[in-house]
Design a protein around this ligand. Structure first.
Ligand code: SAH
Length: 346
């Protein structure tokens, strides 16, 4: 009894000791039991080896995302949504008929419809928008999606606007003039150099089902790519816009030749790879001239029976100059070699 009473008295102490001992054993073993990869079981050498592998993997994955061909190409164009057919079906005889059709068939912010209509009429009056197809494409494209929030209120102003990264969304009158000059027909293949905000290619997607566009600034490419994805369910014509991150100076060989090419950054010569990638009889439109002053040129390519290439040029603004941001290489250096144009004092 005494033993038992003693043992009863000391039971909690023994239990405590056993508990502590077990706790210590488990506490010590726990990391080894739950994870054979926890830091306690690897030596410093092994750790170094792990981190070297991790570093190599990180570098490999970075290289992968840096590779424009691998990760920065979006080719949804296979779906061939018929933007030109939609544009042709839209009534544009009166503002009222157009607005009521837009409200019924599209998901645009109704606040902008009136503004867009008036603005398109002005572009027609100034004869920058000449073909009815182009008017329709402009009426269908919500410029307000491609400008930036800090430029609220200027969506339909006749001015270029900053879109970040030193790039701009081009003035509506210049976009109109260049689009009209391209003379794009459904079924033709068009390449744009300088995706920027994505506005120009969105317009092109109502003129043909085969649009290609290249942007050199990675974050801008990513932003615009995301914008097209965000809206493509609502505006399915964006699914014909094939886009890639890269240097547009070399065109897009894989999909060449192109019936039409539009360059939306300035350069003082016509890039030879783009001349090669233009179909005989094709048209290229570009801002040609030294940094600071360019002229919008329509370049037509003709090839004779001996294969001799002839380029004919026309200044579409008859001597009026424009200013585009430079056509640059991947290091940020301008492709133009001429001295910048400096405005003479007044
Ligand atoms: N078409 C655009 C205008 C963008 S401004 C729009 O509708 O908003 C000109 C664009 O050309 C800039 O985004 C600039 O980054 C891009 N650019 C300049 N050099 C380029 C190159 N070598 N290849 C592709 N894009 C280039």
């Amino acid at each position: 009894m005494s033993i038992s009473s003693k043992s009863i008295a000391s039971r909690p102490v023994i239990a405590l000791c056993i508990g502590l001992a077990l706790g210590m054993i488990f506490g010590f073993l726990f990391p080894f039991l739950v994870s054979s990869r926890s830091e306690q079981v690897v030596s410093h050498e092994e750790l170094r080896a792990f981190s070297m592998v991790e570093e190599a993997m990180r570098a490999a994955s970075m290289n992968k995302t840096e590779d424009p061909e691998a990760s920065y190409v979006t080719l949804p164009g296979i779906q061939k949504y018929d933007g030109p057919r939609l544009a042709a079906s839209m009534p544009i005889e009166t503002k009222e008929a157009w607005i009521s059709w837009m409200k019924k068939n599209r998901n645009d912010d109704p606040l902008f419809l009136e503004q867009r209509w008036e603005w398109a009429q002005e572009l027609v009056l100034s004869s920058e928008l000449k073909r009815p197809e182009d008017v329709r494409a402009f009426l269908l494209t919500p410029r307000e999606h491609f400008t930036r929030p800090q430029n609220k209120g200027l969506e339909y102003a006749n001015t270029w606007l900053p879109i970040g990264y030193g790039a701009t969304i081009t003035d509506p009158d210049v976009v109109s003039m260049m689009t009209t000059t391209l003379n794009l027909y459904p079924g033709e293949k068009v390449l744009e150099i300088g995706t920027g905000s994505g506005y120009q290619s969105a317009i092109l997607s109502y003129l043909t089902k085969d649009v290609y566009t290249i942007e050199i600034i990675k974050p801008l490419f990513v932003e615009t790519d995301a914008l097209y994805r965000q809206w493509e369910a609502t505006f399915p014509s964006y699914t014909v816009i094939n886009r890639k991150l890269g240097d547009g100076y070399y065109g897009w060989e894989e999909f060449a030749p192109f019936d039409k090419i539009i360059i939306t950054c300035s350069i003082d010569h016509i890039p030879p790879p783009l001349i090669r990638q233009l179909t005989p009889g094709g048209i290229m439109v570009l801002p040609l001239g030294p940094p600071g002053r360019q002229y919008i040129m329509e370049v037509k390519k003709a090839v004779d029976e001996n294969g001799t290439v002839t380029l004919s040029r026309r200044d579409v603004y008859n001597g009026l100059s424009v200013r585009f941001i430079p056509f640059r290489d991947e290091g940020g250096k301008s492709y133009s070699t001429s001295a910048p144009y400096v405005m003479p004092p007044p």
